[in-house]
Design a protein around this ligand. Structure first.
Ligand code: ADP
Ligand code: MG
Length: 698
C-alpha cells in the first residue's frame, strides 16, 4: 500500500535548515529532540508560558518578578572586554531608576543597544539588590519604534543544550506562517467537540496566553492530540484490514519432543509465571488463526527461555523462527545462549547482524531460504529486503519498546501470516497497548525465579566519586563484577561517547586490577564483542558502558551497577539498567550517583527507585511524574511515541479515535477515494515511527 504525500504539505516537510537562523549545526542538535522537518518542529509543544504584561512602578517591583519597563538610559559604566567586573547601565523611568547589569558582555554591543539619552523597552527578571532594582541580562531590549515586537506572552519549550529559546521561537513562528488552512478530516467529531480547525489549533498551541492554554485539556491541545491518535488508529485499522497481513494463520501442533528435551536440560525449573505465559502461547499456536501476543515480564523474569520454547514449537512443525533484538549486543547474547541450548537438540541457530562478512552473510541467507536454518536471531539486519525464509512460522520481537510498528510488521510480513510474539519488560497499560498494536493479546509473567535476592539501591552524590571508586576497589578485590553506566549527554551521541571514554580512562588508571573494558554504540563489532566477552568470562571485572547495555544484557555474575548522573534517566530506564544485576547468587547493589541540586521530579524519581523494585509500579510512577518540561531520554517507556498526546491526560480520546478510524476504514479501506483526501493529509502530518510510516514509505 502506498500513500503519496500530498503536495499541499510539501512546505511542511522542508528541512529545518530552510528556516532563517538554522544552519546545519543547529539542525543536528534539533534533530535529536525535535526532528528534521518543519512539521516535526510544529509538533514540539511548549510546556509553559511567560507573561510579560506586568509593568509595575519601580517601588512595587518584587525580587524575582518578571517585569517590562519603559525607560531612558542615563548612565553607562561599561567594563572593558574580558574582565570579571560587570557593566552597569542606569535607566530612568517615570517612577524611579533601575540598573541593568551585564557580565562579560561585548562593550560595543552595550553601547549600541543602550545609548545614553535613548528610550528603551526592557523586559527581564528583576532582583532587589541593596535597595536597588536590577535586571541582569534583560531578555529584551527594544527601541521605541520596535516596542510592539515584545511578545506579551512567550511560550517556553523544552530545550536541549545548545538550543536557545529565542531561536526556537523564531523558527516556530516562521514555520507557523507556512501552515495554510487544511480541509477537515474528522468533521463530525471536531464539530461535536467544538474544536478549532487544525491550523488554528497549531497556532493556538504555540501562542498560549495563560496556564490554562498549556494544560492538556485546552481545546487546541485536545484537538491535536485527537488528530495524532486518529492518525495512529487509522494506520492500525488499515493494517487490520489489509488481508495480505492477515491470512488464515498457522496451526502448530508439535509433538513436544524439542521442548521437552530443552526443559529437561535446563538447570532450573520454570516458574509458575513462565508456565502460565507458555500455556497462553501454546494455546494460540495450536489454534488456527494468527497469534499476536505480547508477553510482559519484569526485567529478569526469564523471557528468553519462553521465546525459545515458543520457537522450538514451530521448529517441531518444520517451520522456521526469527528473533529480532534491538541491539547487536543483545542479539549476540541471545545467539550465544540459544545456540548453546539448541546444540544438543540438533537445531541449527544462526545470527544475522549488519556488521558481518559478506560471504558469511550470503551463506546464512542462502541456508535460511533453503530452510536449513531453523532459528535465526538478529538485529534490524533481519528486516532487509534480501532476507527470505523458507517457511517462517514465528517472529519474536524482544524488548519491543525499542521498535516501531513498522519493524514489527516488516518482520512478520516475511512469513505468510506468521505468528508474532512480542516481549517487553516495560509494562504497558491495556488501553495503551491497544493504541500500539491494535488487537494484541497479552500475558504477564508474574514473579521472578526463586532465590533472587532483592537488589539494594542507594543514592550517592557524584561529588563523592573518589569514595565510590575506593569502595569499588575493595569489592573488585572480593571478586564482584561491576557495570559503570555513563550518562546521557544532551548535545549528541558523540559527546555521550566522549564522556564514557573519559570515565573509562579515569577508571583504568584508578582500578587497573579490574581490567576495565569499555562498550558504546559506535564501537566496531569485534571491539564490542571483545569487551563484552571479557566481562562475561570474568577476565574483566569492570565494564564501563553507555546505555547500550540497557536492555536484555545478562551476565549473572555481575552484582554491582553504578549509574552516573542517575538524575538524567527516566524511571523505566533506571529500572532496566538496574535489572542488569540481581541475576545471580550474590547480593547485588545498584548505586544511583546523582549530581545535585536535584529538581523536585528528579529527586522523587530517585526516591521511588530506592523504594520499589516492581516494574509495574515504576512504570505508573514514571507516567505520573513525567511533568511538563522534564526532558528525559528518548524511548524510555513501552508507549508508542506521541508528540502531542499526553497519554495520562488524553486517554479518553482514544476510544473516540478508534471508533472513528474503524468507521473510516470500513468505508474506504485504502483511503483512495476523493472523500478520503483530507485523511491522507492527516496521515502524512503525523507520519513518524509508527504504522503510518510503514504505510507511506512503501
Ligand atoms: P528477561 O526476562 O529480563 O529477558 P532473561 O530471560 O534474560 O530475563 O533471564 C534472566 C536470567 O534468569 C537468565 O540467566 C536465565 O537463565 C535465568 N532464568 C530464567 N528462568 C529461570 C528460572 N525459572 N529459574 C532460574 N533462573 C531462570
Ligand atoms: Mg530479555
Amino acid at each position: 500500500m502506498q500513500l503519496q504525500r500530498p503536495a499541499i504539505l510539501f512546505p511542511l516537510f522542508a528541512s529545518l535548515t530552510s528556516l532563517p537562523g538554522i544552519g546545519p549545526r543547529l539542525a543536528s542538535i534539533m534533530e535529536k529532540r525535535i526532528g528534521k522537518t518543519i512539521i516535526e518542529l510544529l509538533r514540539h509543544a511548549p510546556t509553559n508560558v511567560i507573561d510579560r504584561r506586568a509593568r509595575p512602578a519601580i517601588s512595587d517591583i518584587q525580587s524575582g518578578q518578571l517585569v517590562t519597563i519603559d525607560a531612558v538610559i542615563t548612565k553607562q559604566d561599561i567594563a572593558p572586554a574580558k574582565t570579571s567586573r560587570p557593566s552597569r547601565i542606569i535607566a530612568e523611568t517615570d517612577t524611579g531608576s533601575i540598573e541593568l547589569v551585564f557580565f562579560r558582555a561585548d562593550p560595543s554591543y552595550i553601547r549600541r543597544a543602550l545609548p545614553i539619552g535613548e528610550r528603551r523597552l526592557i523586559s527581564g527578571t528583576a532582583e532587589l539588590f541593596q535597595g536597588r532594582v536590577q535586571i541582569a541580562h534583560p531578555d529584551y531590549i527594544l527601541s521605541a519604534d520596535k516596542a510592539d515586537e515584545l511578545p506579551l506572552f512567550e511560550p517556553i519549550y523544552p530545550l536541549s543544550a545548545g538550543l536557545k529559546g529565542k531561536i526556537l521561537r523564531k523558527a516556530i513562528e516562521t514555520s507557523l506562517a507556512r501552515l495554510t488552512p487544511l480541509p477537515e478530516w474528522a468533521t463530525e467529531v471536531i464539530a461535536a467537540q467544538n474544536w478549532p480547525p487544525f491550523d488554528e489549533a497549531m497556532k493556538a498551541l504555540h501562542h498560549p496566553q495563560s496556564g490554562r492554554d498549556i494544560s492538556a485539556n485546552a481545546p487546541a491541545r485536545e484537538r491535536l492530540a485527537f488528530d495524532e491518535l486518529l492518525a495512529n488508529q487509522v494506520a492500525l485499522a488499515m493494517i487490520r484490514h489489509d488481508t495480505s497481513l492477515q491470512g488464515a494463520g498457522n496451526r502448530f501442533q508439535g509433538d513436544g519432543s524439542l521442548r521437552d528435551a530443552l526443559v529437561k536440560a535446563l538447570p532450573f525449573t520454570l516458574t509458575e509465571g513462565q508456565k502460565s505465559a507458555l500455556r497462553d502461547i501454546y494455546e494460540d499456536q495450536e489454534q488456527a488463526g494468527r497469534m499476536l501476543r505480547l508477553v510482559q515480564g519484569d526485567v529478569g523474569s526469564g523471557k528468553t527461555i519462553i521465546a525459545l520454547l515458543a520457537m522450538l514449537h514451530v521448529v517441531e512443525c518444520n517451520n522456521q523462527a526469527a528473533m529480532l533484538a534491538p541491539t547487536e549486543i543483545l542479539a549476540r547474547q541471545h545467539f550465544k545462549t540459544i545456540s548453546a541450548l539448541c546444540a544438543p537438540l540438533n537445531v541449527r541457530v544462526e545470527l544475522l547482524v549488519s556488521q558481518m562478512k559478506r560471504s558469511e552473510r550470503q551463506r546464512i541467507l542462502a541456508d535460511l531460504e533453503a530452510g536449513e536454518v531453523a532459528i535465526i536471531i538478529g538485529t534490524h539486519a533481519l528486516l532487509s529486503d534480501d532476507v527470505h525464509f523458507h517457511q517462517l512460522g514465528l517472529a519474536v520481537v524482544d524488548e519491543q519498546h525499542r521498535f516501531g510498528v513498522r519493524q514489527r510488521v516488516l518482520l512478520s510480513e516475511k512469513g505468510a501470516a506468521c505468528d508474532v510474539l512480542v516481549m517487553t519488560a516495560t509494562p504497558i497499560p491495556r488501553t495503551l497497548a491497544m493504541t500500539a498494536y491494535g488487537d494484541l493479546k497479552s500475558s504477564i509473567i508474574a514473579g521472578k525465579p526463586a532465590g533472587r535476592k532483592p537488589i539494594e539501591t542507594a543514592l550517592i552524590n557524584l561529588d563523592r566519586i573518589a569514595e565510590i571508586v575506593e569502595k569499588l576497589r575493595l569489592q573488585i578485590a572480593q571478586g564482584h563484577r561491576v557495570y559503570w553506566i555513563c550518562p546521557l549527554v544532551e548535545e549528541s551521541d558523540k559527546s555521550d561517547i566522549t564522556a564514557a571514554e573519559d570515565r573509562f580512562r579515569h577508571l583504568q588508571q584508578l582500578l587497573p586490577d579490574a581490567n576495565p573494558q569499555l562498550v558504546h554504540g559506535r564501537m566496531k563489532t569485534d571491539e564490542k564483542e571483545a569487551a563484552m566477552g571479557a566481562f562475561q568470562t570474568g577476565a574483566a571485572q569492570l565494564l564501563v558502558a553507555t546505555t547500550v547495555i540497557e536492555v536484555g544484557v545478562d551476565v549473572p555474575e555481575a552484582s554491582i551497577i553504578i549509574i552516573e548522573h542517575a538524575e538524567r534517566f527516566g524511571l523505566a530506564q533506571l529500572h532496566q539498567l538496574r535489572g542488569r544485576v540481581g541475576r545471580g547468587e550474590r547480593q547485588s547493589v545498584c548505586l544511583l550517583a546523582y549530581q545535585g541540586p536535584l529538581s523536585e521530579t528528579a529527586s522523587a524519581r530517585l526516591k521511588i527507585m530506592r523504594e520499589s523494585d516492581d516494574g509495574f509500579v515504576l512504570a505508573e510512577e514514571d507516567l505520573r511524574l513525567r511533568g511538563p518540561g522534564e526532558i528525559l531520554g528518548q524511548r524510555q517507556s513501552g508507549m508508542p511515541e506521541f508528540s502531542l498526546v499526553d497519554l495520562a491526560a488524553h486517554g479518553h480520546l482514544l476510544p473516540l479515535a478508534r471508533e472513528a478510524a474503524d468507521r473510516i476504514i470500513a468505508q474506504d479501506p485504502d483511503l483512495s477515494s476523493d472523500a478520503s483526501a483530507p485523511l491522507r493529509l492527516l496521515l502524512s502530518l503525523f507520519e513518524k515511527d509508527n504504522a503510518v510510516q510503514f504505510l507511506t514509505s512503501g
